[in-house]
Design a protein around this ligand. Structure first.
Ligand code: GLN
Length: 247
């Protein structure tokens, strides 16, 4: 009998609605970094109106969107809340960017109206003026290199006491422009305002997500066996150029 095939499944939620600033590129990066290592990868797109199951999923991705699009998907996502709560509780990997990040929390203030979020992570988002726009650099424990990218949000996200930020802002605004923190890290959930897309110039973040998914699916020794190093010279050069330009 041949060796057991190694395969990870990615669920990409609402790709046609939540895809600001190339967020879908994050899924392409995850897929390529798996395939380059000989790991099979299925990407399942979840569209509005579908009732996805997360029981065999290894990585969930939610991108960013305008307020209008966020409202549409939020109504559908609330119906999947129970599934998502057990997925996250079971150590499922989830990456959510900007609008998707805001939906992870208890609430999101849209104009004067408070929209209910998924309450997957203890955080909430209100609004401020002006919008927080520009390039961003973040120091995070999950990435050997500082994370670089682009942010554009009116929302201000506030983390609950027990929630770790994804990292500290070196350049840019982050969660609210005041706290000095960017994003959230809760179990295997990463929420962030960083578009760009995030993963092409931040291979350390991509591999952190893949590592957590491999551990969960294939056991503690899977990372050592399967997460073979890749030649990231171009990715790291792109990261370095942005960092040097900004800091
Ligand atoms: N609509 C949200 C905001 O403006 C998120 C925008 C985004 O995903 N870039 O805060």
């Amino acid at each position: 009998m041949g060796a057991r095939e190694v395969r990870l499944r990615i669920a990409h939620l609402f790709p046609e609605l939540l895809n600001l600033y190339g967020d879908t590129g994050n899924v392409l990066v995850l897929r390529k970094r798996l395939e380059w290592r000989g790991i099979a990868c299925d990407v399942r797109e979840v569209h509005v109106g579908e009732r996805p199951s997360f029981s065999d999923v290894d990585i969930v991705f939610i991108g960013g969107g305008s307020d209008r699009e966020q409202r549409v998907v939020c109504e559908y996502l609330l119906e999947e809340r129970k599934e998502l709560v057990s997925y996250v509780g079971d150590g499922g990997v989830l990456l959510a960017v900007c609008g998707g990040y805001q939906l992870l929390g208890h609430s999101y203030l849209m104009g004067d109206e408070e929209v209910q979020g998924l309450s997957l992570v203890d955080l909430y988002t209100d609004r401020g003026s002006p919008r927080l726009i520009g390039n961003v650099v973040v120091q995070s424990r999950i990435s050997p290199q500082p994370i670089v990218g682009y942010e554009n949000h009116g929302g201000r996200t506030h983390l609950g006491d027990g929630v770790e930020p994804l990292g500290s802002v070196v350049h840019g605004f982050g969660n609210d422009g005041l706290s000095g923190y960017e994003g959230c890290l809760y179990r295997n959930v990463v929420g962030t305002y960083v578009h760009g897309p995030l993963l092409p110039k931040n291979p350390g973040v991509a591999d952190w997500l893949i590592a957590r998914a491999l551990e969960r699916r294939y056991g503690d020794d899977a990372v050592g066996r399967l997460l073979v190093p890749l030649d990231d010279a171009e990715e790291l050069e792109a990261n370095r150029v942005m960092r040097e330009r900004l800091t």
